[in-house]
Design a protein around this ligand. Structure first.
Ligand code: SF4
Length: 436
């Protein structure tokens, strides 16, 4: 896609971006960008946006029409065609923002008839102001853990060759090579670069059926964005990768539970001995697990083996909304809460991976439930991660379950949490134990 220049600058509102039929992204003179959060539509200003984070990607949304603010009439409008080129269709444009940034608004649009599901990304509002793209995001983590500027391909290739020499027959190492070199996975790259956190994918299966699962979809309209691991590495293979990473990285983290696998609690039979092997060799490094938290007894075994921290994913702290999104098989929301309780009782570091979508996460009902949840379950950290799912379909699904009021705003939500729970950390990445 390319950007065709035009010159619309009015007050401090950011100029709308749309895509034309050729997929080119253009500024639309006389219109400002609009952010959407459930029922609320907001013309976006400079103060509500920031220069788009490096590494973010712009996307256009097929089968949809942009909702924009007409600077002449001061009205919000849905545009079916380019007002300057009658008959030419235009499409909404959204940003898939870099890790570490939480979206405050979704790009505003309406679906056309026969619109299909959007692929599994988040669709942040975006605009243009004086030569720069602007994005409706808040930076929630200052760390450059997944900053692509620090992951040069030649360095990754050199790391791959070096690691291959050290562990030539390890299947997990070979799997991570593919992740780093073919899929461009930043977690995989970091393992070969010897930075921060290394991924330890292990699980072929899962006991949930998340609407937005990246690695397995039953909804044929939605393509998976990641291939699920097809084998279970042995405890020895897992330990070899983890020990190598811990040995070469200061404040290292090694993490079970990645986007390319099922849930690691279902692979505890290899993870538990792997953790014991790692801990028999070194006390250094943080062993972390990203999970749905469905099996508290299994989690307990892993804590006893030496797991240091756990990050539990949830789209909502309300049972009905959680279960409508995760669609658990053989467990319930109460098991997730039990895992959190248990982890806290075992004095482990507990984070929630709070999959947020403006308009739902900042709806008064969810805000109230979150504040209550934090009082009962004093988790150490909230990781604010953008939900990768078609936002209009998500709202429809959640509103079909229970009523949601006018959102209070994502910024407002975070400041309420900060005020009432000043000890809770906010971020995006799993911290090393030195920072617990
Ligand atoms: S818990 Fe993870 S692996 Fe399991 S269905 Fe949900 S997203 Fe997919």
């Amino acid at each position: 896609m390319s950007l065709k220049k035009s010159a619309n600058r009015q007050n401090n509102q950011i100029t709308a971006l749309v895509a034309n039929q050729a997929g080119e992204i253009i500024e639309l003179d006389g219109y400002a960008s609009v952010g959407m959060a459930g029922p609320s539509l907001v013309p976006l200003s400079l103060g509500q946006t920031r220069t788009i984070p490096h590494g973010s990607e712009l996307m256009y949304l097929p089968d949809r029409s942009p909702v924009l603010f007409n600077l002449g009439t001061h009205k919000i409008e849905t545009l079916k065609e380019n007002p300057y080129v009658p008959g030419e269709s235009i499409f909404p444009v959204a940003a898939f923002n870099s890790p570490g940034y939480m979206i405050t608004h979704v790009s505003a649009y309406r679906e056309n008839k026969k619109a299909r599901y959007l692929p599994l990304f988040s669709y942040g509002a975006v605009g243009w102001y004086r030569g720069h793209f602007r994005s409706a995001v808040i930076r929630v983590d200052p760390e450059a853990r997944q900053d692509l500027r620090q992951m040069k391909r030649e360095d990754v290739v050199a790391g791959v060759e070096m690691v291959r020499k050290h562990m030539p027959v390890n299947r997990l190492r070979a799997h991570l090579e593919k992740c780093a070199l073919e899929y461009g996975c930043p977690a995989g790259k970091n393992f070969f670069l010897g930075r921060f956190e290394a991924p330890l994918p292990t699980a072929k299966q899962c006991n949930a059926r998340c609407l937005g699962c990246l690695s397995q979809q039953r909804n044929r309209e939605i393509p998976c964005s990641q291939d699920r691991i097809e084998f279970t590495p042995s405890p020895e293979e897992i330990a070899e990768v983890a020990i190598a990473h811990i040995g070469r990285v200061k404040k290292s983290v090694v993490s079970f539970g990645q986007g390319c696998e099922g849930d690691p609690l279902l692979a505890a039979h290899v993870i538990e001995p792997a953790i014991r092997q790692i801990r028999a060799k070194t006390k250094r490094g943080t062993i972390n697990m990203n999970t749905n938290g469905s099996l508290p007894d299994t989690a307990k075994r892993l804590f006893e083996a030496g797991l240091d921290s756990i990050r539990i994913s949830m789209n909502s702290v309300r049972k009905v909304c959680y279960e409508a999104y995760f669609r658990p098989k053989g467990y319930g929301f109460s098991d997730v809460l039990k895992s959190i309780e248990l982890a806290l009782a075992c004095e482990k570091f507990v984070a929630i991976n709070y999959l947020n979508c403006p308009g739902f996460t900042d709806a008064p009902q969810e805000v109230k439930a979150l504040l209550r949840f934090l009082k009962i379950y004093p988790v150490h950290m909230i990781q604010w991660r953008n939900l990768n799912f078609d936002p209009l379909r998500y709202w429809k699904k959640m509103n079909g379950i229970t009523r949601h009021g006018e959102p209070i705003g994502m910024e407002n939500l975070i400041s309420r949490v900060r005020k009432q729970f000043p000890k809770v950390k906010h971020g995006y990445f799993n911290p090393p134990k030195e920072n617990f």
